[in-house]
Design a protein around this ligand. Structure first.
Ligand SMILES: [Zn+2]
Length: 147
């Protein structure tokens, strides 16, 4: 079971969307989100180089710095399953699916708690990435504006 830290968890959404936009991969298929540090795993065919790690970090921090509003709305299970991969939602999520949007940047079905503006996340810091057996692991932490 994940622990749901709102800052970290919202950062995960932005990381996932940035991975999609930069590398055309899927959202992370597995993640471990904790207050101090987190990791996300992606199906990926190679390691990232240093330049890519720097660009990924800058891109995420530019998005965070846009003060994007984080909002939720609800779709029927039918509508949601037509538009999103729901495989990471719990089986018993109900007839309505909660969709979380981060400004114009990311839209994703999610049951977790989030901050209300991306600026509350603080600074995204990449700890390291590694690649093994077709899986890229991204480890990161946040320097928070307030604790
Ligand atoms: Zn979420």
């Amino acid at each position: 079971m994940k622990s749901y830290d709102p800052q970290m968890h919202t950062a995960e959404h932005i990381l996932n969307q940035t991975m999609i936009r930069m590398f055309h991969c899927e959202r992370s298929f597995s993640s471990h989100i904790e207050k101090k540090k987190s990791k996300c795993d992606y199906h990926f065919n190679r390691p990232l180089d240093c330049d890519e790690e720097v660009e990924l970090t800058h891109h995420i921090n530019r998005v965070i710095g846009r003060n994007l509003e984080v909002k939720e709305h609800f779709l029927s299970l039918e509508e949601a399953s037509a538009r999103f991969n729901l495989s990471r939602l719990p089986e018993d999520a109900g007839d309505e699916v909660r969709i979380v949007t981060i400004g114009d940047y990311d839209t994703c079905p999610c049951i977790g708690p989030h901050v209300t503006s991306s600026s509350e996340i603080g600074l995204f810091q990449l700890i390291s990435t590694s690649h093994e057996n077709g899986i890229l692991r991204v480890r990161f932490k946040l320097s928070r504006l307030t604790s």
